[in-house]
Ligand binder design. Structure first.
Ligand code: 16G
Ligand code: MG
Length: 560
């Protein structure tokens, strides 16, 4: 029999030789995977396939995921990220190796890196447990070609299997990986069933004893001409209690992926997306990004005006917080601080980009608000520390996490209440929390299931879009980007809210901020682009503009 070491070397050499790294190419795993112009991505994707297979081996053969998408970025871009066995982002401890592998200058160097890493990590190559990688891609034209590169990378690890799950939203793949490793139903059909059934269940639990107007059931969704729109078209007829019209649905000929549409465009530009117009005035609208892991809402107010009323991730989070708090209060009794039936550590996680008005709103509710650096991997990790942890970025990426231990306590309580107090307010509230944990994606932020939770909560509260907007008024904000020689020379602390290097810059920012009422400003190196970002907030738009501009000038002058 051939020496497994020799066979393994040969397989790696062969795969790496198919997709050599072009001279001068440099990849960085960044905040959420490798990303570049789609046609240049094959070497990085193939190598990510190798990393994913190794990761599965490391985890004793548990399934891991690999998703090919460049999210909200232009259609010509593409990207790849690895989903860990728990359905979350790949462990950060593996990022340096992923970077090194993606940039290995030759097939031989790549083989040496893999062998050394396997040795360091105690991974048995060439005959240990079998590895499994679930693959998905979005609708980008380079997706199929890159899928092939990923499969070749996965197959270069002997004993690894690549399972193509098809064209999916990013959160669907995260969900599948998590479900599979928990031995739960994990097909796309199962995802749709879980989402539609738990949504139906939440609507059945809407109290009928409240006065107020019936909520408008009409919802228009901007699908960013991506995969989220297509999936929503597939399931919308199964969503009773809601009339969904999908625009920019991703169907042939409707428009270009993410071009002047989608959650990123709507949130950043604060204007209506392509395909929307006067006919949509005053209707509740939602917007997904290109791989459907971001969600924002908006409303068009007047025909001649392209600006919109925006409901961003912070306000979605606030709505969820109110709903969950209401259920917890119903279960525990509002005033009974001791001997709670269901003691719950309930926490909220935001980033520096969260609008100051939202943070104040949450703190005024008496909630614990934690801050992390930008990027889902940081927020998600923090939210896992709570029984119920909610995180959202202002850009619309977020979810509500329920700990396993909390869910089992909630299940026992529900069983108990169903025999002694069936139909009571307490029982209904417990059932609502359980249905919420089923509906909202436990692996990652998910525009589709997040949107259904928003809809269920609005119906529950009998709230109009205006009621939701009125929760608090966003402080005007402004974002700028500055091109500098080396963005990594900016080092931040305090969840990116303060700069510690270069010295003196934070003092300059503080001096500028002190000139404005409700002024707040921070700078941070982007994790996805070669720029430094500047964010400013103040009580007027004019003040924001000036504050952002003057801080950007300091950055330019110091880092040039
Ligand atoms: C990525 C992150 C997003 C973050 C953004 C920041 C994930 C899945 N996505 O898109 O959460 O807000 O990067 O980009 O983590 P920046 O570092 O370029 O500002
Ligand atoms: Mg996305």
């Amino acid at each position: 029999m051939a020496d497994p070491g020799v066979e393994q070397r040969a397989a790696l050499l062969a795969a790496a030789s198919v997709f050599p790294l072009p001279d001068g190419a440099r990849f960085s795993y960044g905040t959420a995977g490798f990303r570049a112009e789609g046609s240049t991505m094959a070497p990085a994707v193939c190598r990510a396939g190798i990393v994913a297979a190794l990761r599965s081996l490391k985890l004793g053969g548990a399934s891991v995921g690999l998703v090919i998408t460049a999210s909200h970025n232009p259609v010509g871009d593409n990207g790849v990220k690895i989903v860990d066995a728990d359905g979350g982002m790949m462990s950060q401890a593996w990022e340096p190796f992923s970077d090194a592998l993606a940039n290995a200058p030759s097939p031989e160097a790549l083989v040496e890196l893999v062998l050394q890493f396997a040795k360091d990590e105690g991974i048995t190559l060439g005959g240990g447990p079998s590895a499994q990688v679930l693959l998905a891609r979005d609708t980008r034209p380079t997706g199929e070609y890159l899928l092939d590169a990923a499969v070749k990378g996965i197959n270069a690890i002997i004993g690894a299997t690549a399972l193509d799950m098809g064209i999916l939203t990013t959160p669907q793949l995260h969900w599948m990986v998590r479900s599979k490793n928990k031995s739960l139903k994990a097909s796309e059909e199962d995802y749709f069933t879980q989402v539609t059934e738990s949504f139906r269940h939440l609507l059945e639990l809407v109290p009928d004893d409240k006065y107020g107007d019936e909520l408008n059931k009409k919802l228009i969704v901007d699908g960013a001409n991506g995969i989220g729109g297509l999936k929503l078209e597939e399931i919308k007829t199964k969503l009773t209690g809601l009339h969904i019209h999908v625009k920019n649905s991703g169907k042939e000929g409707e428009g270009i992926l993410n071009e002047s549409c989608g959650a990123d465009f709507v949130q950043k530009e604060k204007v209506l997306p392509l395909g929307f117009g006067p006919e949509d005035i005053d209707v509740r609208c939602a917007s997904f990004d290109g791989d459907a892991d971001r969600l924002v809402y908006f409303r068009i107010t007047s025909p001649g005006n392209t600006t919109i009323d925006l409901v961003d991730g912070d306000k979605i989070l606030s709505l969820f917080v109110l709903f969950i708090r209401e259920q917890l209060d119903a279960i525990n009794g509002k005033d009974n601080q001791e001997n709670k039936v269901l003691p719950t550590r309930f926490g909220v996680v935001q980033t520096a980009y969260a609008n100051g008005a939202s943070t104040e709103f949450l703190k005024n509710l008496g909630l614990e608000v934690a801050f992390t650096s930008t990027g889902v991997k940081y927020l998600h990790k923090k939210a896992l520390e709570y029984d119920i942890g909610i995180y959202f970025e202002a850009n619309g990426h977020g979810t509500v996490l329920f700990s396993d231990e909390f869910i089992s306590r909630l299940e026992s309580l529900t069983t108990k209440l169903s025999s002694i107090a069936t139909g009571s307010a307490q029982h209904q509230a417990a059932l609502r929390l359980l249905a919420t944990s089923q509906l909202i994606n436990q692996a990652v932020g998910d525009a589709l299931s997040g949107m259904l939770l928003v809809e269920a909560v609005l119906q529950h509260k009998r709230w109009s879009f205006q009621n939701w907007c009125d929760l608090y008024t966003d402080l005007p904000s402004k974002q700028l980007k500055v091109k500098v020689k080396d963005r990594t020379s900016i080092v931040t602390t305090d969840a990116e809210r303060r700069v510690c290097q270069p010295s003196g810059l934070q003092e300059l920012i503080d001096t500028e901020v002190a000139n404005y009422c409700h002024g707040r400003c921070f700078v941070r190196p982007s994790g996805t682009e070669d720029v430094v970002r500047v964010y400013a907030e103040a009580s007027t738009m004019e003040a924001c503009d000036i504050l952002a501009k003057s801080v950007a000038q300091h950055v330019e002058r110091i880092l040039g």
